[in-house]
Design a protein around this ligand. Structure first.
Ligand code: NAG
Ligand code: NAG
Ligand code: NAG
Length: 190
């Protein structure tokens, strides 16, 4: 091969390689999961779901037209946005250690019962788990005394979390819907 042509070929090849946009090539990498050891964490706190008053922590964002005249605070089909404080104890003066943000939907048609489905992220602002949160996606049969929610994920120190939360109603005003709920959470995470 002629020398000049070889130089040209090499130059063209280099140019092609340099112009290939490597950042958008499909890439995957699978290894055995040997670097992560699972831990178990137990958490105990109280969630304050306050509907009444000037500064409610739960607000209704949608309601079906067919339940417009329903006197229940949470008729079937109503959708609520929440930023509920999590406190150490059941007293309103108890220290806030985090907040539960997200949505719940009143999902039971039987008027003698109240059931929600919760799509909620529980985040912590104090202690060892400050900045971390876990995610609940679960039905919550509110009128049952003891109930369990599914934890489906987490962030930060709760990365890859799975687990469950045992709930007990500590206070409920059926007239205005205000509630204080005890949470005992078991999380398995990295
Ligand atoms: C809602 O219900 C009222 C009657 O209660 C009716 O006049 C109105 O058209 C309904 N609106 C929709 C969007 O269905
Ligand atoms: C709700 O109440 C209003 C006023 O009493 C009435 O006009 C309306 O038809 C009722 N709507 C439904 C869906 O029952
Ligand atoms: C429950 O809510 C109703 C309506 O807001 C209020 O009048 C009543 O005092 C509340 N009950 C308690 C025990 O706080």
């Amino acid at each position: 091969m002629e020398r000049g042509s070889l130089v040209l070929r090499v130059a063209l090849t280099l140019l092609t390689v340099a112009a290939t946009p490597t950042h958008c090539s499909y890439h995957s990498h699978t290894l055995p999961n040997v670097h992560h050891e699972e831990k178990v964490t137990h958490l105990h706190f109280y969630l304050f779901d306050i509907i009444s008053g000037d500064k409610p922590s739960a607000v209704e964002v949608a309601r079906s037209n067919s339940t417009k005249n329903d006197s229940s605070p949470t008729p079937f089909g109503s959708v609520w946005a929440i930023d509920d404080p999590l406190r150490e104890g059941p007293e309103a003066t108890s220290k806030v250690i985090g907040n539960a943000q997200g949505l719940y939907v009143s999902s039971v048609q039987d008027e003698t019962k109240l059931g929600l489905v919760m799509y909620v992220d529980f985040g912590f602002t104090e202690g060892k788990f400050k900045g971390s949160s876990f995610s609940v996606f679960s039905r919550n049969p509110v009128t049952e005394t003891n109930r369990e929610l599914a934890v489906v994920g987490g962030r930060g120190r709760f990365r890859m979390a799975k687990g469950f939360a045992k709930l007990k109603t500590s206070y409920l005003n059926v007239t205005n819907g205000d509630a204080i709920i005890e949470y005992k959470v078991t999380l398995i995470h990295y």
